[in-house]
Design a binder for this molecule. Structure first.
Ligand code: ADP
Ligand code: MG
Length: 352
């Protein structure tokens, strides 16, 4: 159990600045997800933490002790940090138990620690198998067991499930979270998959262009994103221009209550598609149904309002909403408000 802190960490590769002053704290005994698009610096952050890269600025502390920065660079093998890479991490010529016991000192290897961590990842009794006798998901479980075995200060997982199919991934990430928790381990999971980060992490750190733009509980990141870019990255977002007047926002969807205290003036409001309710023949605002994206458990319905504004609603029964039909549109709950133009890089299709 260890607390890890990154303080203004800078890492450059030649002219590329991969980390541009990243601040981050990883609470002890918890799983922290680092979430961001491809190329935002996630792997670089893990490599700096693990000690595979030297910093160009800032500092990394583990339990208050500086391990990197200010001229210090504790080598990787002295940081007690374990890394679970994306795939292919096992020694193909060693049995499962030998893979798991590889990094252990002789005394620990003689205890039942190997069997213990194999049981934690759901592979009790698999110690005698060879890696090629396991499925991809089982191999990743072994990689997690191997990382946990020496009781490291921190376990770093770099997109460890991304090579597996979707069905397997959901079960595995849940089991891995439980294994880390049962062992009291501190974990950092790097992923570009917002569903993965929101569903397993105690804390989500959103990284963009080498900087942390938000660090909070999953529900907070989803419900109170730091800016419109985060809103669109962590979920489906409906972003609308609006005018705030005495605590309410005038939008194409009518006058909406606003979350928090907001000064009068032009703003951008955020609604989640599940806040938008559709009802046949209702009065008030209406929209024309343009498209359906069926997702099994629900559907996203794209609509165009009378003034041309495009919005998206999440509905449980997409079949009940006729294509090309006219439906009533109503909003549940409060809108979140952002200053106009805080972020010109909002993808234009967010509201489409
Ligand atoms: P992520 O894991 O989020 O996809 P990375 O940390 O791998 O991002 O990369 C961040 C940035 O640094 C990218 O622009 C990438 O091209 C660059 N980069 C990463 N590793 C190197 C390297 N060894 N040499 C040069 N550029 C690199
Ligand atoms: Mg990466």
């Amino acid at each position: 159990m260890s607390e890890v802190v990154l303080d203004g960490v800078v890492k450059r590769y030649g002219r590329v600045t991969a980390l541009a002053g990243a601040d981050l704290s990883v609470p002890s005994g918890q799983l922290t997800a680092v979430l961001g698009p491809s190329g935002c610096g996630k792997t670089t952050l893990l490599r700096c933490l693990a000690g595979f890269e030297r910093l160009d600025g800032g500092e990394i502390r583990i339990d208050g002790a500086v391990v990197a920065g200010g001229g210090r660079h504790l080598p990787a093998h002295r940081r007690r940090i374990a890394v679970v890479p994306q795939e292919g991490a096992l020694f193909p010529h060693l049995r499962v138990a030998e893979n798991v016991g590889y990094g252990l000192d002789r005394a620990t290897r003689r205890t039942d620690r190997v069997e213990e961590v194999l049981a934690l990842v759901g592979l009790a009794g698999y110690g005698d198998r060879m890696p090629h006798q396991l499925s991809g998901g089982q191999q990743q479980r072994v990689a997690v067991a191997r990382a946990l075995a020496p009781r490291p200060s921190v376990v770093l997982l770099d997109e460890p499930f991304s090579a597996l199919d979707a069905g397997l991934r959901a079960g595995l990430r849940h089991d891995v979270r439980e294994a880390l928790r049962a062992d009291g381990a501190t974990g950092v999971l790097v992923t570009h998959d917002q569903g993965e980060a929101l569903s397993v992490a105690d804390k989500v750190v959103v990284l963009r262009d080498g900087r942390v733009v938000q660090a909070a509980a999953p529900t907070t990141v989803y419900r109170e994103p730091a800016d419109p870019w985060v809103a669109g990255f962590v979920g489906d977002a409906v972003l609308l221009p609006a005018i705030v007047e005495s605590g309410t926002a005038r939008t194409a969807l009518g006058v909406l209550p606003v979350a928090g205290a907001v000064a009068d003036g032009p703003v951008t409001v955020l609604l989640r598609p599940e806040q938008i309710r559709l009802a046949a023949g209702a009065g008030g605002v209406t929209g024309t149904v343009l498209r359906h994206d069926f997702h099994g458990h629900d559907a996203l319905v794209g609509l165009r309002l009378g003034d041309g504004t495009a919005i998206t609603a999440r509905v449980l029964d997409g079949a009940a909403v006729p294509m090309d039909g006219e439906v009533g549109v109503r909003v549940d709950g409060a809108a979140r408000v952002f200053p106009v133009d805080t972020d010109r890089r909002v993808p234009v299709d967010l509201a489409a």
